[in-house]
Design a protein. Sequence first.
Length: 424
Amino acid sequence: MRTPSRELTSTNNFIGELFLAQCEDTHVKHEELLHFLKQIEHYVFKFDGSNCEYEGCLSALASDHNCTRASEKLKTTVVIDFLFLNLSEFWEKKFRIAKYGLDGVNALLDGESKQGVSKVNHLIERMQKKLISWVNETEWAINNGADEAIIEETLQVHHYDNYADSMRKNLQFLMKLEQDYLKCLRDTKREHDFETFCMLMSIFASFENEPDLTFFTFYNAFNAHPKLSFSQLFYDMAENVGESAGVLGSVGFIAGHELSHTLIENANAPQLIPYFSNESMQCIQNQYQKTCDHFVEESCGSADNQIDENGSDMLGLQLAYSLFEEEYQGRMDEEYIRIQNLEEYRSITMEQLFFYSTAFVACSGRSQKQRLGDGHSPWNVRVNAIVQHPGFKKAFNCPANSTMVESFDDQCIIFGKGAPEMRR
């Protein structure tokens, strides 16, 4: 039997050449050639037995005595024309997602962050209540009949914390892949020749299946409305950062940001909610552009594809700071720690700790630039835009001409008292 060329770069050529090698091999029976084609019908076209349709019916190729013609027909018929390199990259990504998901669950089960998960869940619930109370006071939402719909979307958001379900989904994804591969090898009875073929068949059979990325260990968080997911790192911070002001400024800001994704829209094309304030949108973008102009490192801007991220940053900090104000009422100026700077001692207050913690989650130590197509502003712009907030100016006693606050534009009140009216 002729061994298929390992230099082939596309999957359809590989399968066509493998068929040709069998067709020209006098030791391969017609039934075996037919079974090879049935494997493709089953795994690629999702057909079983004689239940095939149109170009997905391949059995007749086994009866064509012109092997080259049948092989070429198979190459053009099989809708699996991928470069091996592209397929490899695609499936490496899926495997990586499954690994991240399992690593995240294992980190939670093996570590001491379960209380951190509960704290994040409680933060989101408190922010939802706060946000709903703000929506009920938002003139532009009320005047345009959008307040009830916005509240309904807010209530749908939840923090997903079902470890068992996430682990089950990822294990099922990997087990299905292995089972299809082993079944294909068993049915072909030619393991040494068909390992690559069976791996392809198992991959194509799983194209529509997705691993679960609910729990993970890399630094990120997601809003897949209505489900919110967070990195193990944030659960660990919520668990182990001793002072609540530090948790609210860091994890609280991230939680508020993710929750806010549901409600921040491009006013010209809202998706989840029926209406969004154009004045609020312009205020957000103006603040980010002004901050960009003032703090630019390599490059930055304020494009339409950044509205969601910019607004979620701003509303997320407002939610976190509002919880901080409630929790530390009368204690915001209380000393958290005293540090020595040369010959002097300096106190850091609870309110300052809140903002230091916000800066901490934005710190990378690298020069920042705007990535083409990225909806996120560079981190140096993000953190300096959101601290253009009255609380920051008060916490650090910033004079009006201070470098830190001179890019402060109008306070963007998106939801709540003081938000734009925007009557119909």
